[in-house]
Design a protein around this ligand. Structure first.
Ligand SMILES: [Zn+2]
Length: 717
């Protein structure tokens, strides 16, 4: 069973700041699949507990009400618990079929209820749904712990693992056995009782510290909001000023302007606020979050977390937390990740210094002799306007949502022969959700695709893909996947236009969707996107490249009169892609490098001073103080309150592959090259986690990736 905890899986997508995510494949809370051979006959009027007669076996959202979820979870958890005990207590010697395959076949009830529920808890989290989630999450975690620390069950898995070469397994079965064994080992199942108890205690303390980190950050973010006067916001674009006035008004401070200390408010402000002193105030509030020597200060929490992670890694037999984390990734070792990060940051530092010179030249016109960190975005925007003459509002008129969806489906058709057919008979969970049936070129049904592109008050921010049903030939199940975005809803009948970033996100999430839809594996726990976290973004990121290809834009980027995007505008758009990349790359990579260095310490000195350590590291890397980190440690949620410790490098790692992978199509001279498309599909998208992703990549590309294309795309070569 795949216990999805979607709420905690927000993954910031590289530099764009857009949030994009999918369920991380190797989330520690994932439990193995447990057989339920009896398929417990639960008779009930609860639509979650009876057989689904919906078309394609889709979730009957038209019948499900919030009060159905908790009793259904309780029944499904009890069934799953009985089932794992049945496997664990089996008196017969372990076989692949009665242990590993039995685990895969089982827990279907819990799987389908979890997928149905967590889809809604991220896309339409009403208070009723939120309170169910709070009640259910600890029950799921408890079952997961019970299973992973069950010594009988682990004994069976371990026995099979030790004789794996003699079992006559297929390569996929071999992989499944190794992956299952690894999950038990990484949960501490192989340790002696004392060490196991210590790991459990560390895990519990770390979970609490993670919550503390997040709560401190939220409180400090709130306390760091900046109130500005009319004079200080003079010259700000109307939409920003209106939003700031509304924010202040709702806080009871009429006649003032509120800038919250959040990225989505601060970055546009720093880009367009002419008042330098106001920029400094807002910048300081933002970068000091969690580091204000007050009750919300996160530095002590960080020191403790790093210490505990290092201790746990030692208990697990790894040299450091980073080494432990990367054993389970495509990169495999911290050294491999470090090597990539240094390859990219070195030219990025040179470029950032050149960019600084350009900014300094233009800032002199305002009698500013030294550009400060709060000046960077403001003057960069001036340089950008001067060089590329790009008018965002005019550009947007050429990006209608329906046109971009046409471009998306046509791209998919040209690459894979796949066609999309809208279905009106599938019940959806919220207004505005659309469903398509996905078919092969020969008409064979592949699965269902749900699109939930518009925002609503109850939806999590960002964009993501999730699965309502994983493809598996063992279970005879066809995939059902969902894409979510937060486009502003338009009035009925009105044309929806989106930004180029949003168009890229549309393609990105559909890249994840295809990874789920085109999966062709036997075992559900190896299906689709269940790959290591430094590989999972590759199919999504590579898909973004198509939307900015001139061939696609000339055809689909059209205004309301149907006129195509003017050629000059198209060329500016393409050229502007490498602008300010020194700054953005250094910001991102300095965060990634510090994450990796922090988690490579084998012991953390007593009284470890996080703030001083951070400053020393940045200095040793040569990061200009005008640039700094994208996420300073005191508010680096990805690594202290998310699943990304020693993992922030993964965005760059995946970008190497997406740039290098798309380059293959460019080299072939055809962005729809049939032979490459076939390889991308067969060797990557269909494979799920049935083999090492490095093998899959090399089978597609004919070699391992290099960073050349990434450096070129970012203008750093
Ligand atoms: Zn993604």
């Amino acid at each position: 069973m795949r216990l999805v905890l979607l709420a905690s899986t927000a993954i910031a997508m590289g530099l764009t700041g857009c949030v994009s995510d999918i369920q991380p494949a190797n989330a520690p809370a994932q439990t193995p699949k447990i057989a339920n051979p009896m398929t417990a006959p639960i008779q009930s009027s609860n639509p979650l507990l009876v057989d689904w007669t919906t078309p394609e076996g889709a979730p009957p959202y038209d019948l499900i009400r919030p009060e159905h979820y908790e009793p259904a979870f309780d029944a499904a958890l009890a069934a799953a618990r009985d089932d794992y005990r049945r496997i664990s207590d089996n008196a017969s010697a372990p076989t692949f079929a009665n242990t590993i395959e039995a685990m895969e076949m089982s827990g279907r009830l819990l799987d389908r209820i979890s997928a149905t529920f967590f889809n809604v808890s991220s896309a339409d989290a009403t208070p009723a749904i939120q309170s169910i989630e709070e009640n259910v999450a600890p029950k799921l975690a408890r079952l997961s712990n019970e299973i992973y620390l069950d010594q009988n069950l682990f004994g069976r898995v371990d026995q099979l693992y030790k004789m794996r070469e003699t079992l006559g397994l297929t390569p996929e079965q071999h992989r499944l056995l190794s992956e299952t064994h690894k999950r038990f080992v990484r949960a501490g199942a192989a340790l002696n009782p004392d060490a196991r108890a210590r790991v459990a205690a560390i895990n519990e303390e770390l979970a609490n510290l993670g919550v503390t980190f997040g709560q401190n950050l939220l409180a400090d973010q709130k306390a760091s909001a900046v109130y500005l006067s009319a004079e200080e916001v003079a010259g700000l674009p109307d939409d920003q000023r209106t939003a700031a006035a509304a924010g202040a008004r709702s806080a009871g401070r009429d006649a003032e302007y509120l800038i919250p200390a959040t990225r989505s408010a601060v970055e546009p402000f720093l880009t367009s606020a002419p008042n330098r002193a106001a920029r400094e105030k807002v910048w300081r509030a933002f970068v000091m979050r969690g580091d204000n020597a007050n009750a919300n200060d996160n530095n002590a929490t960080i020191a403790r977390m790093v210490t505990l992670r290092a201790e746990r890694a030692k208990l697990m037999g790894a040299t450091s937390h980073a080494a432990f984390q990367l054993e389970d990734a495509m990169a495999k070792t911290p050294a491999a990740a470090d090597a990539l990060l240094m390859t990219v940051i070195t030219p990025a530092l040179l470029r950032a210094n050149e960019e600084l010179e350009d900014l300094t030249a233009i800032a002199r016109q305002d009698e500013i002799s030294k550009v400060e960190p709060w000046d960077w975005r403001y003057y960069a925007e001036k340089v950008r306007k001067e060089r590329f003459a790009l008018d965002e509002a005019a550009l947007k008129q050429y990006f209608p949502l329906d046109g971009m969806v046409d471009a998306l489906f046509e791209t998919t058709n040209k690459l894979y022969g796949v066609t999309m057919h809208e279905r009106q008979d599938i019940p959806v969970y919220a207004e505005g959700v659309r469903v398509w049936e996905v078919r092969e070129a020969d008409g064979t049904k592949i699965g269902l695709f749900y699109a939930d592109w518009f925002s609503r008050a109850t939806k999590s921010p960002g964009a993501w893909m999730n699965s309502l049903r994983d493809q598996s030939s063992l279970r005879g199940e066809m995939p059902i996947v969902v894409n979510n975005q937060n486009l502003p809803p338009a009035a009925p009948g009105q044309r929806v236009v989106i930004s180029i970033d949003e168009a890229e996100t549309l393609f990105h999430e559909f890249g994840h969707a295809l990874h789920g839809l085109l999966s062709k594996v036997r075992y559900p726990s190896l299906s689709g996107t269940a790959v290591p976290r430094d590989f999972v973004e590759f199919p999504a990121q590579v898909y973004e490249h198509w939307v900015t290809e001139p061939e696609i834009l000339r055809k689909h980027a059209r205004n309301s009169k149907g006129e195509p995007i003017p050629e000059a505008m198209l060329q500016s758009l393409l050229k502007a892609q490498t602008f300010n990349q020194g700054y953005l790359t250094v910001q991102q990579l300095s965060s990634a490098i510090l994450d990796m260095r922090l988690h490579q310490m084998d012991a953390v000195p007593a009284g470890f001073d996080v703030r001083r350590w951070e400053a020393e590291q940045l200095k040793s890397l040569g990061v200009p103080e005008e640039v700094g980190m994208r996420h300073r440690l005191a508010h680096f949620s990805h690594i202290f309150d998310g699943g990304y410790s020693a993992g922030y490098y993964a965005y760059t790692w995946a970008e190497v592959m997406d740039a290098d992978g798309f380059d293959a199509f460019k080299e072939a001279g055809d962005i729809f090259d049939p032979s490459l498309a076939r390889k991308l599909r067969r060797e990557v998208l269909e494979r799920g986690n049935t083999r090492d992703p490095a093998e899959s990549y090399a089978a597609f590309r004919g070699r391992m990736p290099t960073a050349d294309a990434l450096l070129r795309n970012r203008g750093l070569n």
